[in-house]
Design a protein around this ligand. Structure first.
Ligand code: ZN
Length: 185
């Protein structure tokens, strides 16, 4: 269920203060700006960052599917992998970490976030807008926000999504790669 506030749409249990949401907006806007620059350097059009509860940046990585020729190299998976190296653990749960993403996690990244033990997810552009604008397939995620909630993972979505949409539209307008497997038989 989405709750409309003056700050944007918030999914799941709203435990954020206005100050907390302003912090999230600030981080997401910074990621969108950096994402636009990274696209020019040939990275895929998504960027993720993991922060600890004190607001310290642990890891930040873009999508490197084209650069590394690997379909697994989404921003969230890359960032979780980097954070695991930095923190020297596969279980982030005791560390109470947040992940911020320029777009809603796809089917694979939702799974990766769940296994990582991350406690809060903040994203900008929702999957239906990503699919409509780019043609990327984000996969099937029935009730993923509810399922995350059952596991005490909070999800906050559509944060500054208009800015994120502009970045994706620019990516498509510049004729950059839309990578997905063919579904034809
Ligand atoms: Zn993904």
């Amino acid at each position: 269920m989405a709750v409309e506030t003056k700050l944007g749409y918030i999914y799941g249990k709203n435990k954020l203060t206005e100050e907390g949401f302003e912090k999230a907006r600030h981080i997401i806007l910074g990621l969108q700006e950096e994402n636009a620059k990274l696209i020019e350097e040939g990275y895929g059009p998504f960027l993720a960052a993991i922060y600890d509860k004190n607001g310290k940046l642990i890891a930040k990585m873009p999508n490197t599917v084209s650069k590394e020729n690997c379909c697994l190299c989404h921003a969230e998976v890359n960032t979780i992998k980097k954070a695991s190296e930095v923190l020297k653990t596969y279980d982030f749960a005791p560390l109470d970490l947040d992940i911020y993403v320029t777009a809603e996690p796809c089917i694979m990244c939702a799974g990766a976030i769940m296994w990582s033990g991350i406690k809060r997810v903040f994203y900008s552009v929702n999957s239906s807008d990503v699919e409509r604008i780019t043609g990327f397939d984000e996969g099937f995620k029935p009730n993923w926000i509810e399922e995350f909630s059952k596991r005490n993972i909070e999800v906050y979505g559509e944060i500054e999504s208009n800015e994120g949409i502009k970045v994706l539209e620019k990516y498509v307008a510049s004729g950059k790669e839309i990578y997905k497997p063919s579904c034809e038989r």
